[in-house]
Design a protein around this ligand. Structure first.
Ligand code: GAR
Length: 191
């Protein structure tokens, strides 16, 4: 991405659920130092509770038919283009985007994942990390390519696994790191 010159980049956030990363990105976007402004929140789930954060700040919300998501992708592209969206941040977006969609926005889609990629791609990361008795885990922000959780890593944060950790405790600690990491990764791609 081009170095931030003072004109905030029009950004869309894609979510599917609770949206705590969306919430943290919204408050980051309001800061003067933020290179992004959030012009659209897209959810593939009508009932995603995280949509409330967009509503509170009067950010435009887009919902498309869940069952026919792939047919809706064309409509999604049209709206992203109409709104001149330059950056797409996936934040707990649990749908795999088609390779043609990814190609169209090449280098402009980023994702946050709750593990130290390339380890533990996919779902249930904390459960698998604990089962493997890892000493550390963390979170990663990466560019999205056509393979799941595999694009170039932008930034990672590491967290030590404690003896008393269970899945819930670990998920909570990693999530609070995620809320710091995503804004830092965005700053990095525009620096
Ligand atoms: C976050 O932990 C995010 O890293 C993860 O979903 C959660 C969404 O939480 N994403 C993935 O697992 C993507 N592979 P949130 O809705 O509260 O931001």
């Amino acid at each position: 991405m081009k170095k931030y010159s003072g004109n905030k980049v029009s950004t869309a956030i894609f979510i599917s659920g609770r949206g705590t990363n969306l919430k943290s990105l919204i408050s980051f976007s309001h800061k003067k130092i933020s290179p992004i402004k959030i012009d659209l929140v897209f959810s593939n789930k009508r009932k995603a509770s995280g949509l409330k954060f967009a509503k509170e700040k009067k950010i435009k919300i887009l919902l498309l038919n869940e069952k026919f998501f792939y047919n809706s992708e064309r409509k999604l592209v049209k709206i992203l283009n109409e709104k001149n969206i330059e950056l797409i941040c996936l934040a707990g977006f649990m749908k795999i985007l088609s390779s043609s969609f990814i190609k169209r926005f090449k280098g402009r889609i980023i994702n946050i994942h709750p593990s130290l990629l390339p380890k533990y791609k996919g779902l249930n990361t904390h459960k698998r990390v604990l089962e493997k008795k890892e000493n550390y885990t963390g979170c990663s922000v990466h560019f999205v390519n056509s393979k799941l959780d595999s694009g170039k890593i932008i930034l990672q944060k590491k967290v030590k696994i404690l003896k008393k950790d269970n899945e819930k405790k670990l998920a909570k600690r990693v999530l609070s790191l995620e809320h710091k990491l995503y804004p830092q990764a965005i700053m990095k791609i525009f620096s």
